[in-house]
Design a protein around this ligand. Structure first.
Ligand code: FPP
Length: 246
């Protein structure tokens, strides 16, 4: 099999990749195992993909770990996912530091169970000086929540008189998003064959290349990531221009 990594063009590696990790439940069901086992196996993919991304120079990796809508799953699954988050962060801090991974989180974090919130904050604090790659976990996140929150922040400033509505441009709006300071993802991956965005980073993916793969998340690893990047590198990104203008 071709060594996919050697085919990647180093100066065309996306700075930011966003991933909708999907298919843990179906992966487990196919094997006659409980859904939670699928999530547990999904953590292995998180580790492998983060390391592979760092290795080829990706600067930001944003993973959709828990959406606002995920609270409506069976309570036992929600509890298991939150437990897995705590267990994973606690267990990975050493390796994150060893690999230069900085942890961040976006979403309505205040609504997370106390233990999850505290562990997350500990992980963010313990890795804040790492700079090789930033792993952004989207937790209790939805893009509509984020856009509404930004709107409220700006409306309050306008009401106080510190911002004139006519001065609200893209930059001002972005300054109120939870991804402020992070470049927009050039590539969005969704696993498991679903071809939806599911309320993920709606503002930030305005120009992202979308890559859908039938592979379930627990089977998505290093090679699958490289394959997605090669696919991305084979595309022409025109940003509204013609081919000849590029
Ligand atoms: C989607 O599969 C997966 C999730 C909603 C959660 C993803 C969580 C992990 C990979 C583990 C925890 C992550 C971290 C970063 C510690 P699904 O359950 O929707 O699968 P299905 O569509 O087949 O039911």
């Amino acid at each position: 099999m071709a060594d996919l990594k050697s085919l990647i063009i180093p100066d065309k590696v996306p700075q930011h990749i966003a991933i909708i990790m999907d298919g843990n439940g179906r992966w487990a069901k196919e094997k006659g195992m409980p859904r939670v086992w699928g999530h547990r196996s999904g953590v292995k993919s998180v580790r492998e993909v983060t390391e592979a991304a760092a290795e080829i120079g990706v600067r930001y990796l944003t993973l959709y770990a828990f959406s606002t809508e995920n609270w409506s799953r069976p309570p036992a699954e929600v509890t298991a996912l939150m437990g897995l988050l705590v267990e994973t962060i606690r267990g990975e801090i050493k390796d994150l530091n060893k690999n230069g991974v900085r942890l961040m989180a976006i979403g309505d974090l205040s609504a997370l169970p106390k233990a999850s919130y505290n562990t997350l904050m500990d992980g963010i604090e313990a890795t804040r000086n790492n700079s090789r790659v930033t792993l952004v976990l989207a937790l209790n996140y939805s893009a509509k929540w984020e856009i509404l929150r930004a709107t409220r922040i700006l409306a309050e400033k306008a009401q106080q008189g510190s911002l004139h509505p006519a001065n609200i441009d893209e930059q001002t709006f972005e300054s109120a998003l939870s991804t402020y300071g992070i470049p927009d993802p050039e590539l969005l991956i969704r696993t498991s064959g679903e071809t939806r965005i599911s309320n993920f980073l709606l503002w930030q993916i305005a120009y992202a290349e979308l890559y859908f793969t039938p592979v379930f998340w627990p089977d998505f690893g290093r090679e699958a990531l490289f394959e997605a990047i090669l696919n991305y590198q084979g595309r022409e990104r025109r940003f509204g221009k013609t081919s000849e203008q590029l």
